[in-house]
Design a protein around this ligand. Structure first.
Ligand SMILES: Cc1cc2nc3c(=O)[nH]c(=O)nc-3n(C[C@H](O)[C@H](O)[C@H](O)COP(=O)(O)OP(=O)(O)OC[C@H]3O[C@@H](n4cnc5c(N)ncnc54)[C@H](O)[C@@H]3O)c2cc1C
Length: 430
């Protein structure tokens, strides 16, 4: 918990409203497993849960605690789909592959809800849709195109006029938008902790405080050395470390840009103010290139996320732009106390698609969420488990590709900085 007079140099997890973690311990001793999964976030734990449910032996190793990565720090917005719209997927991958990707994209959020239901996970959540408002007239045309695209796919989506949107949001700052009934929100840290509990109950082993240092091919399997010196032998390894993939496999981290995204949360809003801000409770992410995303959580706090410095934060001033954005949208929040400040890394690929790699048989690398990973990585874990069980590559939403270091990776902070300035300029003009 980070009260108002502190800020997280090592970023905070959203602890105060999360359910208790499942009891996990560091790995103690040499071990063998069929499938070793690296990373205790949504992707790793969903892979483990689905494998264990089908009777397969598996083990998860997490360097820190469950949800230490994006899965414990995110904005809790359940946004259906991938970053690319259906027509873009068809144009890029053709009717058949693109069609499979659309099917996968359609089901990302419903996979989360079905895991919550099937395992009776104790996760505060809503299933009341998601809203994308347009911040400008130009953005409104893009939203209308996206809406038509999803309507063509039969998705339960509808357009929102400026006044309908103002009623739903409690602010008239946006030009119109669209409503996607498939969306919702959840307490992110509760969800990842409950996934761990469900995976353990299904028979997976889950060890925290155990960082993987080396993955080596030995005979027909893999030798995985951990920070404690213990070694795990596994027939197969799945890496789900996403934006936190430092040094695990050559060029993996260097295949994505991993900027920080920043969030603030207020104290619980008093009732008279709460009913004027997002009165119907939907989560919202707007159309800015440097998007703002916001919602009220189940304890009545208002939270907003958005861009921030690429580096780790130096002080509370690194969140000032978000506080300012909140009071521009909702002037009634100008005197509300801000109680939490935190941030975390997201992994952005060059083509804005999730990436799967299989550099050698029996080793799968999963990376790339573009800041939209609750549904995506839950569904990805399910797909990876299915592939491991059946060997059928069509179970995967994207084909395996080679790991490719980004050009000019060493200069990424500079070009992300330049891109942010450019996006800020575009957002102010359109
Ligand atoms: C601030 C923020 C806001 C976001 N908001 C949203 C949102 O509202 N909606 C949404 O859908 N998505 C959002 N996202 C994205 C989402 O959180 C991620 O896409 C998702 O959590 C990624 O899950 P994952 O399991 O792939 O990776 P992570 O959750 O990042 O898990 C990777 C894990 O691997 C572990 N690890 C790394 N190296 C090793 C090692 N060597 N050995 C063992 N373990 C290792 C890390 O400690 C980490 O716990 C947000 C992300 C951030 C940071």
């Amino acid at each position: 918990m980070f009260p108002d007079n502190r800020f997280p140099l090592a970023p905070a997890l959203w602890h105060d409203t999360a359910v208790e973690p499942a009891a996990t311990t560091p790995l103690g001793g040499r071990a063998e497993t069929d499938t070793l999964i690296i990373g205790g976030g949504y992707a790793g734990l969903s892979t483990a849960l689905h494998l264990a449910e089908s009777g397969a032996q598996c083990m998860v190793l997490e360097a820190k605690e469950i949800g230490f990565g994006g899965s414990g720090r995110n904005g809790g917005q359940l946004v259906p789909g991938l970053k690319k719209d259906p027509s873009e997927l068809i144009a890029a991958y053709g009717a058949e592959r693109g069609g499979q990707m659309i099917e996968f994209a359609q089901a990302t959020v419903s996979t989360v809800f079905s895991v919550i239901d099937r395992h009776k996970l104790n996760v505060p959540h809503t299933r009341n849709g998601w809203i994308q408002p347009a911040h400008s007239q130009t953005a409104l045309s893009l939203v209308q195109k996206r809406l038509a695209d999803w309507q063509k796919q039969g998705a339960p989506v509808r357009g929102l006029s400026r006044s309908e949107l103002a009623d739903l949001l409690g602010t008239d700052q946006y030009y119109g938008g669209w409503f996607d009934e498939r969306g919702g929100s959840l307490q992110p840290l509760s969800y990842v902790r409950e996934l761990a509990r469900a995976a353990l109950q299904a028979g997976a082993l889950v060890h925290t405080d155990t960082a993987v240092q080396f993955i080596e091919k030995k005979g027909s399997g893999w030798h995985v050395t951990t920070s404690s010196g213990y070694v795990v032998q596994a027939r197969r390894v799945v890496v789900c470390a996403n934006a936190y993939s430092d040094g695990i496999w050559k060029n993996l981290k260097e295949s994505v840009v991993d900027p920080n995204t920043y969030q603030v949360a207020t104290a619980p809003l008093p009732d008279d103010i709460a009913k004027t801000v997002l009165p119907h409770g939907q989560p919202v992410s707007d159309t800015r290139n440097l998007l703002l995303y916001f919602r009220k959580d189940h304890t009545g706090r208002f939270m907003m996320g958005g861009r921030g410095p690429f580096r780790e934060p130096r002080g509370k001033q690194d969140w000032d732009h978000l506080k300012k954005a909140i009071t521009l949208l909702y002037p009634q929040l100008k005197d509300i106390a801000f109680e939490y400040y935190w941030c975390g890394r997201v992994s952005v690929t060059q083509d804005y698609m999730p990436h799967l790699h299989q550099p050698e048989p029996g080793l799968i690398l999963n990376i790339g969420c573009q800041g939209r990973g609750i549904g995506l990585q839950t569904a990805m874990g399910k797909a990876i488990a299915s592939y491991l069980q059946t060997g059928n590559e069509a179970a995967l939403p994207v084909p395996f590709t080679p790991v490719q270091r980004l050009p000019f990776y060493g200069l990424r902070k500079l070009y992300v900085g330049a891109l942010i300035s450019w996006y800020r300029y575009l957002d102010s003009r359109t």
